[in-house]
Design a binder for this molecule. Structure first.
Ligand code: AMP
Ligand code: MG
Length: 364
């Protein structure tokens, strides 16, 4: 693994997708790209879409406000929302995960869709490879901490830390090996609840990539769904995609950027993303399944680079729990590259990451 000390000056201009405000907004820019910002899956979605040259000219000729590229950004939002509403949300009664969680304890089990079956199988593979550091059966423990709801709330002083007994009680029901999937039927123990929050954004990237590949008019695109970024195709000027890696100690800036050509997925898991501070201690949203407490591996963030969105998202969560040594081995087992930032701001990376990552210095 390569090691760097943290630099104090930070690259900013490459952070095209990592900063900005919320709310639905799509703008055609002078560089012939369409930029859009919106929210879905409880996070910000930012897109920059470049159309093929001929399509761009046709759009300009008919001068319509809702251009072809605007339709593409709408389709992307539709893909993400459908995933959330129909498949992944534990909150929405319309989703398959909700129905699965409702079936807990049912001796008849529940029929799962082919997509869910494939997803559960892939999750199990990462759980096994990470010795359980990645575990989608942590739903009850995650709900108990409830950090997603409290992070960013104004009244954090009212947050009540869960007691050790409650934690252990929820934890005793968890374990990926307890998921009993037979053919297309899943049998969920009564005290087990699924939470697919660690892979939702990555799955979204895979589906967005699939959508782009069916649209010949899309020449290139860069889309971020929360901490996960998809690069696709090429820019009209032929320059590389740049994806900033957030500085955990100063989240409005970056420690550097990845320079990428063509299709890639980049996911970051960070202790700074969702947390509550109690008596000066940060309690963040990624839970170590071996303790039931927020992961304490010495890391503040992990960024994973692969071609596959599901994997980049699953591995970044797992690596944050495992720490840099074991995390590095896990990433490499899946032919992924990773960057680790520890509490002191030290930056470490897997050997192959060096060809993509630029540690850069620019003040905010
Ligand atoms: P991410 O931001 O992709 O690292 O995912 C974090 C989310 O995954 C949390 O908000 C939880 O919903 C869920 N989660 C927390 N800890 C784990 C874990 N050890 N394995 C799998 N999912 C987890
Ligand atoms: Mg993840």
């Amino acid at each position: 693994m390569k090691k760097y000390r943290k630099f104090y000056v930070i690259f900013l201009s490459g952070m095209l997708l990592c900063l900005g405000g919320c709310g639905r907004k799509a703008d055609r820019m002078g560089d012939s790209a369409v930029h859009s910002m919106d929210t879905a899956m409880g996070t910000m979605v930012q897109q920059t879409i470049y159309l093929q040259d001929t399509q761009e000219k046709a759009d300009q000729a008919d001068g319509e406000g809702q251009s072809q590229s605007g339709a593409v950004t709408d389709d992307v939002m539709e893909v993400i929302r459908r995933l959330e509403e129909e498949l992944l949300s534990w909150r929405l009664e319309t989703s398959e995960v909700y129905a699965i969680n409702e079936s807990a304890g049912d001796p008849e089990g529940i029929l799962v869709s082919p997509q869910m079956k494939q997803l559960l199988t892939r999750c199990r593979e990462v759980s096994e490879a990470s010795s359980g550091a990645f575990d989608i059966t942590m739903g009850r423990v995650v709900r108990l901490w409830n950090l997603d709801a409290w992070a960013g709330a104004d009244n954090q002083l009212d947050y009540r830390l869960p007691g050790e007994e409650e934690i252990l009680s929820c934890l005793s029901g968890t374990g990926y090996e307890k998921l009993d999937l037979q053919e297309n039927r899943l049998y969920l123990p009564s005290d087990l609840q699924l939470d697919l929050g660690a892979v939702g954004k990555g799955i979204a990237l895979d589906e967005i990539q699939e959508t782009f590949s069916q649209k010949q008019e899309v020449a290139g695109a860069i889309v971020s769904v929360g901490g996960s970024v998809l690069t696709y195709g090429t820019k009209p000027d032929g320059t590389s995609w740049r994806v900033a890696v957030t500085d955990p100690q100063n989240t409005a800036a970056g420690i550097g950027y990845l320079e990428l050509s063509g299709q890639w997925c980049v996911s970051t898991s960070g202790t700074y993303e969702r947390f509550v501070e109690v008596n000066g201690v940060r309690y963040h949203h990624i839970i170590d399944p071996s303790t039931g407490h927020p992961a304490d591996s010495g890391l503040d963030s992990v960024t994973v680079l692969t071609k596959d969105g599901f994997l980049s998202d699953a591995l970044s969560t797992a690596c944050l729990v495992l720490g840099k040594e074991e995390g590095g081995r896990l990433a490499q087992a899946f032919q992924a590259e990773a960057i680790f930032v520890d509490h002191e701001g030290n930056v470490t990376m897997t050997e192959g990451m060096g060809q993509y990552f630029h540690l850069s210095k620019v003040e905010k």
